[in-house]
Design a protein around this ligand. Structure first.
Ligand code: 13P
Length: 264
């Protein structure tokens, strides 16, 4: 018996630094065909892709020309609007490319590029200023897990990221345990649910009950077609942020269509 979820699930593919703009066009076209062939209902499960910056104009053109029901966004945004910030990309530019979303604070940005919780908070504010929905990533490392348990670090990260936002903020939160990213070792659905529950409480605390009730909290870290169903059965997990498996059309389509192959 299908259960209607409280929030529209979102299955998002973070391509990371994969696929150039020509590959992106072919990939998005094939993904859209594959989902169309399978009669995927985009109103029931929303689909978004996050290509590299250099692909976004091509993806925009394709999505607009073929009226594809896919959302897309960037993998990062500058906290600044414009100016002498070599290599940075303004939220204003992403808005012009009709991005709906932007990933902020991915663990690879935090660890490889030294992004602090404060920088993440500034980027979240910049995204909202430019009408982009930030997909705010939080998660603990294996060391954090051992020292502080599972929820302490993501809860603290989210608290800082939301500080100072108004209660009208339209956001998505992604819980991605660092130890689960690209490791083949996903969290259990119950672990994801427990952390999601605490993250929802932080949202309620910072932005109010209404925002907490409508905000989607995704799980990310070694999501595949074989384990997505378990996560989607949890009441506080509203979708997935998929890395490696989002680069394989059959696998990503199967994750998107989890309701069909698991009878949810
Ligand atoms: P994997 O799905 O490859 O583990 O990556 C998860 C991720 O980092 C998505 O943002």
């Amino acid at each position: 018996m299908a259960v209607t979820p409280a929030r529209t699930p979102l299955i998002a593919g973070n391509w990371k630094m994969n696929l150039d703009h020509l590959q992106a066009i072919a990939f998005v076209q094939k993904l859209a065909w594959s989902l169309k062939d399978a009669d995927h209902d985009f109103a029931t499960v929303e689909v978004a892709v996050f290509p590299p910056f250099t692909d976004l104009r091509s993806v925009q053109t394709l999505v607009a020309a073929d009226k594809l029901p896919l959302a897309y966004g960037a993998q990062d945004v500058s906290e600044h609007d414009s100016g002498a910030y070599t290599g940075e990309i303004s939220g204003a530019f992403l808005s012009q490319l009709e991005c709906q979303y932007v990933i902020i604070g991915h663990s690879e940005r935090r660890t490889l590029h030294g992004e602090s919780d404060e920088v993440v908070a500034a980027k979240v504010a910049a995204a909202l200023k430019h009408n982009l929905v930030p997909v705010i990533c939080v998660g603990e490392s294996a060391e954090d897990l051992e020292l502080h348990g599972q929820a302490a670090v993501p809860v603290a990260q989210l608290r800082t990221a939301l500080a100072g936002l108004g209660s009208a903020a339209d956001i998505v939160v992604a819980y991605e345990p660092v130890w689960a990213i690209g490791s083949g070792q996903a969290a259990t659905p119950d672990q994801a649910e427990q952390v999601a529950l605490q993250l929802r409480a932080v949202i309620a605390d910072s932005l109010g009950q209404d925002v907490a009730a409508k905000t989607r909290i995704l799980y990310g870290g070694s999501v595949k077609s074989g384990n997505i169903a378990g996560f989607m059965r949890e009441p506080n997990v509203d979708g997935a942020l998929v890395g490696g498996a989002s680069l394989d059309i059959t696998e990503f389509s199967s994750i998107i269509r989890y309701q069909k192959h698991v009878g949810l």
